[in-house]
Write a protein that binds this ligand. Structure first.
Ligand SMILES: Cc1cc2nc3c(=O)[nH]c(=O)nc-3n(C[C@H](O)[C@H](O)[C@H](O)COP(=O)(O)OP(=O)(O)OC[C@H]3O[C@@H](n4cnc5c(N)ncnc54)[C@H](O)[C@@H]3O)c2cc1C
Length: 305
């Protein structure tokens, strides 16, 4: 016997209308942007919205406002990833967005949905965290801006109030001369939810780290800034993070194996506490992030092979 489920779908003609309806229906309602997360979670019974508020399509009108890059969060990942201002100022964000799902997913999925779904594996999050991005939230009571780091409370949980909609993502324009990287890992090469992901933004003075901003996904209950590890890298010569010498094989270590200084490893241990889940073992995820740090050192030191 099939069970009758009463659900209402409201098609919002504008953001204002969507926000007004959310204010009316509150926890009974969910915004539907691209629907790529929401529909699967509703079908599996994880979410049980009685009202879907279908959000209007928004074009990727990215602008520079003073010293801030402003992204319309309801634009699709495909449109944002191709935007010239994103490619100019934060190309690594475009790189991360083009690794989310497949072209079909990216053509409907939005940046807002990726963030509001609050998955620890959300691939846009680590990059936005290293850029100290903030989000603009709107409701019938007005607007507020929140550092992205404060948006994620845990798996599937955000700091949004019941009637709030995520409208914009704001990124302070990065200074010249920084290097930025993003890597994601999973059981397949494409169209895969990250078992672990890593983003870095680094300014070197010669070969010495002047400042580093690091973040990781899928290694904790939410996407994380690695603040202890960032501090441990300040003032470190990237050469000291380099390839273990061939003579190390005499001590039973494989030539070419790499190591990280104890201070960096211990800081990393404070920052991440990966658990074993469907995406991989806690041990594996920890190893991936360690390797990412070594890979980062090689990229910065120019010794990558
Ligand atoms: C096959 C497949 C592959 C995928 N691969 C990846 C991947 O590689 N990496 C990755 O990170 N994700 C991946 N995803 C997850 C998903 O596609 C992304 O998280 C996507 O960005 C979600 O955006 P959406 O617009 O579809 O969100 P929706 O499903 O519409 O919404 C997601 C959640 O956010 C809420 N929401 C949406 N917009 C707003 C808003 N403006 N304000 C407040 N709340 C809002 C919704 O109510 C819902 O709870 C994949 C999904 C599928 C089905």
């Amino acid at each position: 016997m099939t069970r009758q489920v009463d659900r209402m779908v409201l098609l919002a003609a504008s953001i204002e209308q969507a926000v007004a309806w959310k204010g009316e229906h509150r926890e009974r309602a969910r915004f539907a942007a691209g629907g790529t997360d929401l529909l699967l979670q509703t079908r599996s019974g994880k979410l049980k919205p009685e009202v879907f508020i279908r959000l209007p399509a928004v074009s990727a009108r990215v602008v520079v406002d003073g010293a801030t890059l402003v992204l319309p969060a309801l634009a699709t990942l495909a449109d944002l990833a191709a935007h010239p201002l994103i490619l100019k100022h934060v190309p690594v964000l475009a790189q991360a967005m083009t690794q989310i799902g497949s072209p079909q997913i990216r053509n409907v999925a939005t940046l807002a949905g990726n963030l509001c779904n609050a998955s620890p594996a959300a691939d846009s999050a680590p990059v936005l965290l290293v850029y100290d991005a903030s989000v603009v939230l709107t409701s019938v009571s007005g607007r507020r801006e929140l550092p992205l780091d404060q948006l994620f409370l845990g798996p599937g949980k955000t700091a949004l109030a019941q009637d709030e909609l995520l409208l914009e993502v704001r990124i302070p324009l990065p200074p010249d001369g920084e290097a930025a990287f993003f890597r994601k890992f999973g059981p397949r090469g494409a169209n895969v939810i990250s078992s672990a992901s890593f983003a870095a933004r680094v300014k070197l003075s010669g070969t010495v780290v002047e400042r580093a901003f690091l973040a990781a996904g899928s290694v904790g209950p939410r996407p994380l800034r690695l603040k202890n590890t960032e501090k441990s890298l300040a003032g470190v010569d990237v050469a000291s993070l380099a390839v273990r010498p061939v003579s190390a094989s005499a001590q039973g270590e494989a030539p070419g194996d790499k190591t990280l200084p104890d201070a960096v490893l211990s800081a990393l241990g404070k920052d991440i506490s990966p658990i074993t889940d469907v995406r991989g073992s806690g041990w594996y995820k920890g190893q991936v992030i360690e390797r990412c740090m070594q890979w980062l050192a090689d990229r910065l030191g120019g010794s990558e092979q």
